[in-house]
Design a protein around this ligand. Sequence first.
Ligand code: FAD
Length: 430
Amino acid sequence: MIKNERDLIIIGGGVTGAILAYLAAKAGARVILFRISDKNRPFADTLRNHGWMQSGLLYAVSIPREAARMRRWGKLMLDMFNVIPLPGPGIFRMASEARAEKFLQEAARLNIRVELYSEAEAQEIVGAVHESGSFNFAVPDRPFNPADLVDSALIRAEMEGAEIIDLDPGCPVELVRESSEPNGFIVRVGDNLYGAGATVICAGAGTPRLLEQVGAEHRIRVFRSTLLSALDLNLCSASLLVDLDTGLSLVRHPSQVMPGLYHDVIGARNRVLLTSHEAAHRVVTQTEIDDLLRLLPAAYREAIEREGFKVNAGHKTEALNEKDEPTAAPYVEEVKAVGIRQLFVGLPGKATMGLWTAKSLMDLLRLPHSLGPDEEEPKGAARAGHQPNTNGTEQYPKLMHWDYPGEDKREGQNDEGDESIQDGNSEYEN
Ligand SMILES: Cc1cc2nc3c(=O)[nH]c(=O)nc-3n(C[C@H](O)[C@H](O)[C@H](O)COP(=O)(O)OP(=O)(O)OC[C@H]3O[C@@H](n4cnc5c(N)ncnc54)[C@H](O)[C@@H]3O)c2cc1C
């Protein structure tokens, strides 16, 4: 069988893979990127997430170093790919004065300006989701459309010469150990074999499985996280509301297929640990849905139950820290396994850190870029209008999960990645 040679193979076309493909192709590498096609249903969790550009405020305590990076690198990423976040206000809410005091200190430490709303202001903005007596701060966190970002990065990668290959879900990339190969393994895609100077796994929830195929030990865990999406009923006018005590998050997004309409995307901290095999499934249990609904104030919950909502499952893929706790910090590493060389992994933890993760992989691969090290103000960041805005082409589907039909997966329903399954909530299929 003929082996196809490239400089760099990238497995995965979510935020990390797409940006890495662009940066590496721009640096002159012959790049090929494989991804399971998102055309009929998204496999990239970047397209199943909350679409919330993190300022770092939520992570000021758990991962302070990364939290300090989030605002700058997230903003730079959106500027670079001409993605415009939704206008505010974004609000963080907490119940006690002591928590509010602590929050102010955390914001000051990150050098982020936050502002406390009065009870009357909060009541007006937060509407049906308001909790009287709570502390509501205006924050710089905002919703953005990750689908715009991925489209833009993939199109630019192609313009720089990268090959982007969409795969059928039934024919994903496999890594096969092969001692006669210079790197100790080969990349198999159906009947085709690929080799490269280096291979990077940016496969999100598919990462553990790929690592296990070459017998590499890893400290990566995948969690299923439920999201509900409901048509925005104008019950809350904040674009983003996060309750720091309960973990409830409510993020508004414009519908891609129904211009002028918005969705509320509702999530929380609740999540379920999966095995690497289960990570192919996206079935949500009724208990997970009920746990999420319970966090909503009665008026809001009754309204969305009456009007209908869709259920989605995303997979949060995180590495364990030295205390064996999963963390949303990015994870960038060369795979260490006997006989395996030039195999790398990149997980951003948060889509917000996609550019930072891709840049760190470029450093590991020793490929040149103009983003500068962490400490410096990035050089060569895209100026407004510097790159052509290629959004709006038909090449990639600019849709988020809540825009896809057939995405209401509850316990008992099938989800084997079969594109023909269309068992969605019919209340308002887009
Ligand atoms: C419910 C939820 C809410 C979230 N909310 C936010 C948020 O608001 N803000 C934020 O910043 N982050 C959020 N995140 C985290 C964020 O979505 C992820 O960290 C980020 O999208 C991961 O990007 P990625 O490129 O690493 O992986 P993904 O986007 O998952 O992409 C993985 C890619 O690998 C491909 N792939 C996998 N296996 C194979 C294979 N064997 N062969 C070929 N291709 C393969 C897939 O097709 C896909 O293209 C959320 C995550 C979840 C689950």
